[in-house]
Design a protein around this ligand. Structure first.
Ligand code: NI
Length: 154
């Protein structure tokens, strides 16, 4: 396993559409392992493959029990409710903004064994699902956040 470099806003890899994973290869498993390690190191709520420079539909979301959920080819299949909360991104350091997101989200994805599963999340977890899946289509939260501001930290 290795900690990978997190790509910053301005890099075109964050703006492309990612390709689906057709087969779980050793390369995909290494990507997942490295993303886990990178996310733990960066202490974020989620990470998408393009953030480590890989244009594949792979994300990891940290749930409310601090468990990392690996999602391959994730799709939102159900959503309800509404929330308007502050959001940030490891690829957009120092900036935060309010986004409109559903309060509850159900995602269907493939796991590392190639099995389809569904997972649901609310609140912060629902935001993380939406935010990370947006990354796979080249969308960043700053594209639709209200009142993005620079957080100054000494
Ligand atoms: Ni992000």
């Amino acid at each position: 396993m290795a900690i990978r470099n997190i790509v910053q806003v301005g890099d075109p890899v964050l703006r492309g559409k990612c390709r689906p994973v057709e087969e779980i290869t050793p390369r995909i498993l290494t990507l997942l392992d490295d993303m886990r390690e990178t996310l733990a190191y960066a202490d974020g709520a989620g990470l998408a493959a393009p953030q480590v420079g890989v244009r594949r539909r792979v994300v990891i979301v940290v749930d409310e029990n601090d468990k990392m959920i690996e999602l391959i080819n994730p799709e939102i299949i159900e959503q309800s409710g509404h929330q308007h909360e502050l959001e940030g991104c490891l690829s957009v350091p120092g900036r935060w903004g309010y986004t409109d997101r559903p309060m509850h989200v159900t995602v269907r994805a493939m796991d590392r064994e190639g099995n389809l599963f569904t997972v649901s999340g609310s609140g912060l977890t629902a935001r993380a699902f939406c935010h990370e899946i947006d990354h796979l289509d080249g969308i960043l939260f700053i594209d639709h956040a209200e009142e993005c501001k620079i957080e100054t930290q000494e």
